[in-house]
Ligand binder design. Sequence first.
Ligand SMILES: O=C[C@H](O)COP(=O)(O)O
Length: 317
Amino acid sequence: MSQTHERNPGCALRREWFEDVQINRTAAERRAAAITSGRTVKKNYQAAWLLRAVQCIDLTTLAGDDTPGRVRRLCAKARQPVRPDLMQAMGVDAVTTGAVCVYPTMVPHAVRALEGSGIPVASVATGFPSGLTPLPQRLAEIRYAVEQGAREIDIVITREHVLLGNWQALHDEVRAMRETCGEAHMKAILATGELGTLTNVYRASMVAMQAGADFIKTSTGKETENATLPVSLTMLRALRDYGELTGFRIGFKPAGGLRTAKDALAWLALMKEELGGPWLKPDLFRIGASSMLADIERQLEHHVTGRYASADHHALS
Ligand SMILES: O=C[C@H](O)COP(=O)(O)O
């Protein structure tokens, strides 16, 4: 089926699209390793790929000690993620990150700090990270974040629904969240490290998309197991299958534990191999990361100057 740029409206629960699917972990691990090992991006292209990664980062702070000041500093970094002298040396125009991602009460501070930049504010919501608050409160949290100006909402699913195979309950909850988001785009965090099997990851991905998710996202960053390549591959297969069945393109956001330029290149290679060029842009690909940018900037500096600066030159994120 040809694919459209229109927003995914979702559909009723269609168990037949996922119930018979089984994902073999060994095969997924082998395929993920084949895509990302031995495929080093050539030096000249590497800087371009890293700049592309910067544009896809959801620059994140989700800490208990977040303050308006920290959020403002993060927003300043989102506006100018790479030092202007490096940008100039590479002969490229200014770039920004894909979004800034914060807790709901930090949304107004981020919105103010990003005014005029065009950078959207993403808010986690729905009892992030566990999702174990009653549904009315979780929906109220979405409403609050949207009212405060969040244009993207990162929801968390109830892992119990996946572990017990309660697909209708999962569909109903995610559907309600999507409706509450209104115009704001919804990223559904599956918390894959708590779903037990890759087969569950595939099924949960499919149900989240059937319920109207605009993006599917791996992790909150708070689970013991963060984003991995085999998990990401499994989600991309579900996303591809959903696209073939419905014609709608869904975005993908790996998040949690992604810290290095090497991680960024590995995930970009995975996206390119599995889905192709359209998924290498921020409307369909985000990297959720609180501390990846510093290493990317370091590698870009090395590209420009041939040497690494000491770590304290890149103090933030
Ligand atoms: O959504 C983004 C994640 O919370 C970021 O996780 P991280 O702090 O491990 O980069």
